[in-house]
Design a protein around this ligand. Sequence first.
Ligand code: NAD
Ligand code: TDX
Length: 336
Amino acid sequence: MRVMITGGLGFIGSHLVRWILQHEPEVDIINVDALTYAGNPANLRDLEEDPRYQWHRVSITDEAAIDQLLSSYPVDAIMHLAAESHVDRSIQSGMPFVQTNVMGTQVLLEAARRHRVGRFIQVSTDEVYGSLGPTGYFSEDSPLAPNSPYSASKAGADWLALAAFHTYGQEVMVTRCSNNYGPYQFPEKLIPLFVTNGLEGKPWPLYGDGLNIRDWLHVVDHVRALWMVLQSGQPGQVYNIGGHNEHTNRQIAQTLAELMQLPSSIIVPVPDRLGHDRRYAIDAQKIRRELGWEPEISWMQGLSGTVAWYHAHSDWWQPIKSGAYLEYYRTQYGDL
Ligand code: NAD
Ligand code: TDX
């Protein structure tokens, strides 16, 4: 079986590639990744020589290049993760989000149809459901009410994916996962930003009152769920993924300060994110009941493992934070 993974040089995509190569010996992977600022070949450096793995530097918005790839390498499935993924960047400029997340998804769906690709997973996010009050959970039937340019672009992509099922009978499934954390997460996101700032002796900018709530899942639990959906999910269905693990941002900062033995004075309140969603919480009963998925990595085990990973891998994150890695890849691969 051959699977195309988009965004395989990013945080979740690289874990998915690694997990499949380790657990599914009959599967070959074509990784389509444009290598934006968020992609990093170092995430999969140790697998570059694996004959079951190849990376193509192609944008999912490039219809001709995607067509050519699928002609040269017919695939049985597409697991689509490539995206502009950072909410704060989408507040600065929404256009790259529309281009990659909306248009890129439509390019892939149409190419999948032309090339008769069997199954297609649209990897989405709980943010498409908008913001919750202090109680309640997002189920797959919750209405979509995205609030940021990022989540609006993901919601648009989800509708396009489901439309491909309803209109053409394409075997499309949509997954919506809560916040992920773990190794190789780009240090613009809350947990890796705080951990690496802590290691550098820099402050932790906590937005607003710090009481916004996210529902956290270890990235390896997410990629296992994605594989189960690819294997056993029903076409046209949405699957929420989450581990019932809600924390305020302030609680996370305090837990990290304890784990890293840093004073709580490292936490510095800063002005709030524009349009900051108050609370996300996922009801994941459907994937548990229908596919038998359960999270396996506990919060404290996962978080302390993540802190230890960043502690041991300054060679990975320091060049990212200093910008040296962008310079290196520009010389290596051309403009990003
Ligand atoms: P990321 O930003 O770490 O990685 C994105 C990857 O996509 C990068 O390697 C980048 O080079 C690539 N990419 C971007 N634009 C591209 C394009 N036009 N063509 C080809 N490749 C392109 O993102 P992530 O955190 O790993 O998220 C992966 C997916 O999972 C996204 O679709 C995101 O919406 C979704 N998601 C993320 C989270 C989370 O907490 N990080 C939670 C739920 C869902
Ligand atoms: O410096 C910070 N200070 C802070 O208080 C940063 C970067 C974030 N925050 C807050 C904002 C959020 O309430 O922490 C929370 C988490 O922020 P992010 O790490 O930026 O994640 P979030 O906006 O919740 O979105 C993430 O989860 C869902 C991913 O980036 C998305 O791709 C995914 O869809």
